[in-house]
Write a protein that binds this ligand. Structure first.
Ligand SMILES: [Ca+2]
Ligand SMILES: [Ca+2]
Ligand SMILES: [Ca+2]
Length: 493
């Protein structure tokens, strides 16, 4: 059960629930995105359409060209605000989009992973992850003396600054958010940072970094259970961390006291410190995960999944910044289905991407498929949904949206994501591109004989698409051993 449990709970779920998941499907279709609990409370604390798109709302650059992999020809994109001058980009020599790229693989003999990827306006890539860990040892991955990192890569893939988080225990950085003047990151540690005490097993930490990676603030928080932050998202002074408390096996015992529970932690940043403001948790009798958070003006969306109980299946919920529950949407009724990631369209609709065993779109392609649902962010009403995949299991781990509304999904496939793809064995990485209406306009699959597992896909302002995660082979460079971190540029077919 050690394979992709760290990035995705698929194997864990498969192990925990013996029954046929399809039998839990209900005739009332997976589309009732507005749940009974959404009592119409719509204080409309802010339209998410201004949640982070700096003015590039309606570009239709290369919206439908199936073969456009973000080629340099769109370097003169009219909405492109990412001029090299605005970030001190060290590699600028002409058009910021006319930069060669060399794929990146790094790590040592032990396990190394990239957990998240963001791209700045100037084309700099920012990675989070860990190095020197061990997977496959306990139910918590990684273990060992892993150190967490945040790294910058120049737009050509060459190394920029690197900041590490390294107590005497196991440390990882799980996610980062770009904020004016720097970054906010979430990670976890079995140790203790200066002036903090570990609350038991693994704690969450959140940190503020300036634009060159200097840590200016760090807060460690937790409980006796193993905290597992998965994604961080910020708006204004609010900082949200979504994830789960992993399966809790009390120290020096070998029984599971509680299966994992979805968690959402809200923090407020003040001049004199970062305060944990409120928490929300979902703990069914079974296994619950949180997968992503997306902060918007006035609140936050949380995605996750629950494998048992009346609300089993993938979900998204909206909360106000004061912890009021605004609405919840149960996306399917299948316990093994998962919501993986959240994004906003240029028009402000909420997109949820995930994986499903059932049919939510026009066609089911076999085993698990990728899905995307477009949801009214105010009411939770389902607006559109689509499905894609190959005949084998396809498991989504990340999503991004560009200024034209094209949607990019990444994940792993156990077969061919397209009939023309080559499957390299075990799991391969894939990326799918869709236009705003859900038509698939491109695919990409690469792999090695081992695991090739992306954690995030991001498109930059030049239309360049990058995928990052871990590989057990020479996916993007020389293989140093066990899992290595990788970043690859995607060329669509
Ligand atoms: Ca499939
Ligand atoms: Ca593979
Ligand atoms: Ca390695």
């Amino acid at each position: 059960m050690t394979r992709i449990a760290f990035v995705s709970p698929l194997f864990l779920l498969l192990a925990c629930s013996g029954g046929d998941p399809a039998s839990s499907d209900r005739p009332d279709s997976g589309a009732d995105a507005a749940l009974p609990e959404d009592g119409g409370v719509v204080p409309d604390a802010g339209h998410p359409e201004d949640g982070g798109e700096p003015g590039d709302a309606g570009e239709s650059v290369d919206a439908g060209k199936p073969d456009d992999a973000g080629l340099p020809e769109d370097g003169g994109e009219p909405g492109d605000a990412g001029l090299p001058a605005d970030g001190g980009d060290p590699t600028d020599a002409g058009s910021p989009c006319d930069v060669a790229w060399t794929d990146v693989q790094f790590g040592g003999a032990l396990d190394d992973e990239i957990t998240d990827l963001r791209i700045g306006d100037d084309g700099t890539l920012y990675l989070t992850g860990y190095e020197g860990g061990l997977t496959g040892v306990t139910n918590i991955e990684p273990t060992g003396d892993a150190l967490g990192f945040v790294r910058a890569l120049h737009p050509d893939g060459s190394a920029g600054w690197k900041t590490t988080f390294d107590t005497t225990g196991t440390d990882t950085v799980e996610s980062l958010a770009l904020v004016p003047g720097g970054f906010r990151i979430a990670g976890r540690t079995t140790g203790a940072f200066p002036n903090h005490t570990n609350q038991g097993q693994q704690d969450t930490f959140v940190a503020a970094l300036d634009a060159v990676g200097t840590v200016t603030r760090i807060v460690q928080t937790g409980s006796v259970k193993p905290q597992h932050p998965r994604r961080i998202s910020t708006f204004g002074e609010f900082l949200y961390v979504g994830g789960q408390d992993d399966d809790y096996v009390p120290t020096n015992t070998n029984y599971v006291e509680s299966w994992s529970d979805t968690t959402l932690a809200a923090f407020e940043e003040h001049a004199d410190g970062t305060v944990r403001a409120w928490d929300w948790a979902l703990g069914s009798a079974g296994t619950d995960f949180g997968t992503s958070v997306l902060a918007v003006p006035g609140g936050v969306f949380l995605s996750g999944m629950s494998d048992s109980g009346a609300q089993r299946g993938p979900f998204v919920r909206r909360f106000s910044s004061d912890a009021d529950f605004l609405w919840g949407a149960r996306l399917t009724q299948v316990a093994l289905d998962a919501a993986a990631d959240l994004a906003l369209t240029p028009g402000g609709d909420l997109l949820v991407a995930g994986s499903t065993l059932t049919q939510v779109g026009a066609v089911s392609y076999g085993e698990m498929d990728a899905f995307v649902m477009r949801i009214d962010p105010v009411s939770g009403t389902l607006l559109a949904k689509w499905q894609a995949g190959g005949p084998d299991t396809d498991w989504v781990t990340g999503m991004d949206v560009d200024a034209a509304g094209n949607v990019y999904l990444t994940g792993v496939t156990w077969g061919k994501i397209d009939p023309d793809a080559t499957f390299h064995g075990d799991e391969d990485a894939f990326v799918l591109r869709f236009d705003a209406s859900g038509q698939r306009t491109g695919w990409w699959q690469e792999g090695t004989p081992g695991l090739d597992t992306p954690s995030a896909v991001r498109v930059d302002r030049c239309g360049r698409v990058f995928v990052a995660g871990y590989t057990e082979g020479p996916l993007a460079g020389a293989h140093e051993g066990r899992r290595d971190a990788f970043v690859r540029r995607v060329t669509f077919r």
